[in-house]
Design a protein around this ligand. Structure first.
Ligand code: G3H
Ligand code: 13P
Ligand code: NA
Ligand code: ZN
Length: 328
C-alpha cells in the first residue's frame, strides 16, 4: 500500500533502522527494488528525480509505481519526489500522486547554485504548508552536499557550480538546522556530512572517516523528531567497477561511502539513505558482461534480466545492512 513517508520514517526511528531510498527510472529498477523488498520483507521508498520524469514521462513513472503497489500489496511504499527545485515542482508531483516530496532549497531553481538560508526557509516553508494540507510529507535540505576529501559537490563534470567548497561549508550547522526545522516544519532533513552525489566521491580507498559521524550526532541531538536523510550514499563497490572495466568500460579509480559508515550514521539518527549510483553501476556491469559473454544474443529481455538481477542483489544487501529487512 502507498503510505506517507512520515509514517514510514517514524517507524524506522522508533525501531532504530534506516530505509534505503532508491531512484527509479525504468521497469527493471522497479522490479529489482520490489522483488528485493518482497524477499527481505522491507518497507520501500521509491524516489523519482526530475531527470526520471523527463526520461520515462510523468504518466509512465506514476503508473510504474502504482503497478508496484498493485503487484506487492503487502509492502508499504512511499512515493517520493527527489530534489524538487521549487514549490511549483513539488505541487505538480503532489497532483501526480506522490506521497512525499523533497523541496531542495539549498540550491536555487537551477538546481546548481547554492541559495541563501532565507530563500531556503521561504520555499521550504511554503512547500510544507501546501504538502501537509494534502497529507504529503516533506524533506528539506540544509547545507552544501560535498565530499570532505575533494570539496566537490560531485556533479557529472566533477566541478559543481559552487566550485571547491570549504570544510565548514561541507557540514550542516546544528544550530541552523534547529532554526530551519522550527521555521519550516519539515518531516525530514537532508544534511551535509561529507557525502556527494555520483560515482566520484573519493579518490583514495576509504579509511573509515568519510562521514562526519560527530556532526550527525550533534544535529540529531538538537532535532530528534526530524528524520535525517543522507544523500549521496552509494558505496561504489569495486567489484562492479572491475566488471565494467573488464568488459570494455573505462571508469577511472574512484570510491564511495562504505556501508559500515552508513550503518554507523543510522545508529545516530539517519533514517533515509539515498542510493542511485550503485544501481546504475550494477546494471551497467551486468549488461556489459552479458553482452560480452553472449555476443550473438539480441533479445533485450535477456540482458535486461541480467541488469535486474544485479540491481536486486544490491537492493537486498542494503535492506539487510540498514536494518529495514523484516520491517515491512
Ligand atoms: O540526486 C540525484 C539522483 O542521483 C538522480 O539523478 O537527476 O540523473 O536522475 P538524475
Ligand atoms: P548516489 O549518487 O550516491 O547514489 O546518491 C543518490 C542521491 O542522493 C539521490 O538523491
Ligand atoms: Na530526496
Ligand atoms: Zn540527492
Amino acid at each position: 500500500a502507498l503510505i506517507s513517508m512520515r509514517q514510514m520514517l517514524d517507524h524506522a526511528a522508533e525501531h532504530g533502522y534506516g530505509i534505503p531510498a532508491f531512484n527509479v527510472n525504468n521497469l527493471e529498477q522497479m522490479r529489482a527494488i520490489m522483488e528485493a523488498a518482497d524477499e527481505t520483507d522491507s518497507p520501500v521508498i521509491i524516489q523519482a528525480s526530475a531527470g526520471a520524469r523527463k526520461y520515462a514521462g510523468a504518466p509512465f513513472l506514476r503508473h510504474l509505481i502504482l503497478a508496484a503497489v498493485e503487484e506487492f500489496p503487502h509492502i508499504p511504499v512511499a512515493m517520493h519526489q527527489d530534489h524538487g527545485t521549487s514549490p511549483g515542482v513539488c505541487q505538480r508531483s503532489i497532483q501526480l500522486g506522490f506521497s512525499s516530496v523533497m523541496m531542495d532549497g539549498s540550491l536555487g531553481e537551477d538546481g546548481k547554485t547554492p541559495a541563501s538560508y532565507d530563500y531556503n526557509v521561504e520555499v521550504t516553508r511554503r512547500t510544507v504548508e501546501m504538502a501537509h494540507a494534502c497529507g504529503v510529507s516533506v524533506e528539506g535540505e540544509l547545507g552544501c552536499l560535498g565530499s570532505l576529501e575533494t570539496g566537490m559537490a560531485g556533479e557529472e563534470d566533477g566541478v559543481g557550480a559552487a566550485g571547491k567548497l570549504d570544510h565548514d561549508q561541507l557540514l550542516t550547522d546544528p544550530e541552523e538546522a534547529a532554526e530551519f526545522v522550527k521555521a519550516t516544519h519539515v518531516d525530514a532533513l537532508a544534511i551535509a556530512i561529507g557525502t556527494s552525489h555520483g560515482a566520484y566521491k573519493f579518490t583514495r580507498p576509504p579509511t573509515g572517516d568519510t562521514l562526519s559521524i560527530q556532526r550527525i550526532k550533534e544535529i540529531h541531538a538538537r532535532i530528534p523528531e526530524t528524520h535525517l536523510v543522507m544523500h549521496g550514499s552509494s558505496s561504489v563497490p569495486q567489484e562492479w567497477l572491475e566488471m565494467i572495466n573488464e568488459h570494455g568500460g573505462e571508469i577511472p579509480e574512484t570510491y564511495g561511502v562504505p556501508v559500515e559508515e552508513i550503518v554507523e550514521g543510522i545508529r545516530h539518527g539517519v533514517r533515509k539513505v539515498n542510493v542511485d549510483t550503485d544501481l546504475r553501476l550494477a546494471s551497467t556491469a551486468a549488461v556489459r558482461r552479458f553482452l560480452a559473454e553472449n555476443p550473438a544474443e539480441f533479445d533485450p529481455r535477456k540482458f535486461l534480466k541480467a541488469s535486474t538481477a544485479a540491481m536486486k542483489g544490491v537492493c537486498k544487501a542494503r535492506y539487510e545492512a540498514f536494518g529495514a529487512a523484516g520491517n515491512a
